[in-house]
Design a protein around this ligand. Sequence first.
Ligand SMILES: *[C@@H]1O[C@H](CO)[C@@H](O)[C@H](O)[C@H]1NC(C)=O
Ligand SMILES: *[C@@H]1O[C@H](CO)[C@@H](O)[C@H](O)[C@H]1NC(C)=O
Ligand SMILES: *[C@@H]1O[C@H](CO)[C@@H](O)[C@H](O)[C@H]1NC(C)=O
Ligand SMILES: *[C@@H]1O[C@H](CO)[C@@H](O)[C@H](O)[C@H]1NC(C)=O
Ligand SMILES: *[C@@H]1O[C@H](CO)[C@@H](O)[C@H](O)[C@H]1NC(C)=O
Length: 557
Amino acid sequence: MFVRSSPAIALLAAASWSLGVQAISKVTRSGRYLYTDDGNRFYIRGIAYQEQGEVDANDPNNPFLEPSSFIDPLTDGNACTRDVQFLKELSVNTLRIYSVDSTKDHDSCMKTFSDAGIYTIIDLALPLNGSIDRLAPSWSTNLLNQYTNTIDVFSKYDNVLAYNVGNEVVVEDQTAVAPYVKAAARDIKAYLNSKSSSALVGYAAIDGKPNWRDPLANFLSCDPSGQNDGATAIDIYGLNNYEWCGDDTFQAAYAGTNGDYAGYNVVAYFSEYGCNSKPPRLFTEVAALFSSQMSDIWSGGIAFSYFPASSALGQFGMVTIDGNTVTTSDDFNNLKDEYGKVSPPNTPSKSDAATSYPACPSTNSTWLASTTLPPTPNEAACNCLESTLSCQFSPKTANYSSVVGELINTGCGLLGQNGGNCDDIGGNGSTGTYGRISGCDPTIKTSFVMSEFYEITNRNPASCDFAGNGTVNPLAPSGVSAANAAASSCIANPSATFTPSSAPNSGNGGSSSGGSTSGGSSDQNNAVALIGDSRALGGMFAMVAIGVASGICTMLF
Ligand SMILES: *[C@@H]1O[C@H](CO)[C@@H](O)[C@H](O)[C@H]1NC(C)=O
Ligand SMILES: *[C@@H]1O[C@H](CO)[C@@H](O)[C@H](O)[C@H]1NC(C)=O
Ligand SMILES: *[C@@H]1O[C@H](CO)[C@@H](O)[C@H](O)[C@H]1NC(C)=O
Ligand SMILES: *[C@@H]1O[C@H](CO)[C@@H](O)[C@H](O)[C@H]1NC(C)=O
Ligand SMILES: *[C@@H]1O[C@H](CO)[C@@H](O)[C@H](O)[C@H]1NC(C)=O
């Protein structure tokens, strides 16, 4: 719903205007830099602002301590009023928020921060099934709807700087998931354009070896068409960087990374920083990050973290909170001193020169991502398909997301034993091939797999049981070839890209999970491998856990 224009509110607005409260300046991208309305360069003096969700610190399979739930920090107006004093004291101008609940009201917090001149960077992913699963990736209607629902709710605010389409999705051994992230960026960019929103499209990357970290950055901002077209490019690249620990130096900590991004074409910033291996943190990296040594390349960064956030490497919070009482730490005071001192160069000045979108990195043994991207998830086509399926998944619980993974595994296994396969629901980001149903909701994929098995066994009633999860659809066209024809007519153009429209239930709070806790997080076996790479420290703070249907990959062949 839009802002009500009652007389009382109009009066209030007039009053605050006459008292000199100015609207927050619009920040826009020009090439690789950010500028405020008046043409000054904008640097992100940021802090991560989200309480930690539930994490099982004793789970050996979860070294990154990825939470399984989240607490939306923008719904409690009193808490935001309590915190804004401290954020102002830090001279913070940007908050990064990792997960928000699109069914809740954010008006009070967003206004409190806007009035204080504070922007927000909103991550669109949610824990568990609310993010792209790097082990069984898909860019699908359920995620697209979740993302656009959030945008619909936040687009009325004047202080959303950017929306991130993913956090640390792509990792060293899973670079072929990058086309799914780029497809998300493409569709979210088109969606924002269609709403005349000037908010930027971003991604926050885990740090790692340059042999895949750098091509990932270039891939996300490149143009696969060779037409210098930014339609599939992110606007703002975040690097979760923990290279500077203690009283380090530019040369020792940042020089290498800085050089790697020297020629980057879009905005870059540190989407997390603040190594705490030598507490208390001195935050001397702030002076380096905002100095002319780095300001040609980076537009500031997000210190991690305002709220307490613990990981295997200790405690990263800068305040402790007891009710309405906020207690600051040495880290807080040090960051405050450092942010208070910075005065980064106001150069280069804003130019009208168009951004260049270079060709995409070619693939090699450390960079596997195809430039053929998944299509735009097509809800109408998926719904049409669903109505033709002869065996339908009928979840017995609202909390179905973990069941879906198991059922798809089981169904694909059965199909394999009977001469079928699950290619239609899968995809391969390194070959750039995507099954025609890969963009559908996991529940529709489940029904599809069940139906294929039901048909391949000549509609043996027992084949649609799936331990009580399946229901026969008597209206479905009969026989494998009829089912196939129906599917083809629904999904007539499986590789189409187009501008998504608002989700059907957007704004009514219909579909957001508000933090489901189900689903296995089996990506964490890969994560273990990363721990050995000190550049990947940031991975611990991944606020996004991955997890449904993680068996799809293994069952595809
Ligand atoms: C693959 O290409 C990237 C540049 O896109 C490069 O950084 C990396 O070193 C290359 N990997 C190998 C094994 O040559
Ligand atoms: C995640 O799963 C829950 C049910 O477990 C569902 O309500 C929610 O819509 C799902 N979210 C997405 C993005 O698929
Ligand atoms: C994708 O295809 C490549 C090349 O055929 C293959 O090596 C790889 O295992 C496939 N990956 C997945 C996840 O299916
Ligand atoms: C549905 O499938 C899940 C996963 O295989 C199974 O645990 C459950 O018992 C099945 N039946 C019902 C009624 O949920
Ligand atoms: C959802 O189901 C999973 C697995 O069945 C369970 O671990 C989790 O606690 C459930 N979550 C809720 C909110 O009921």
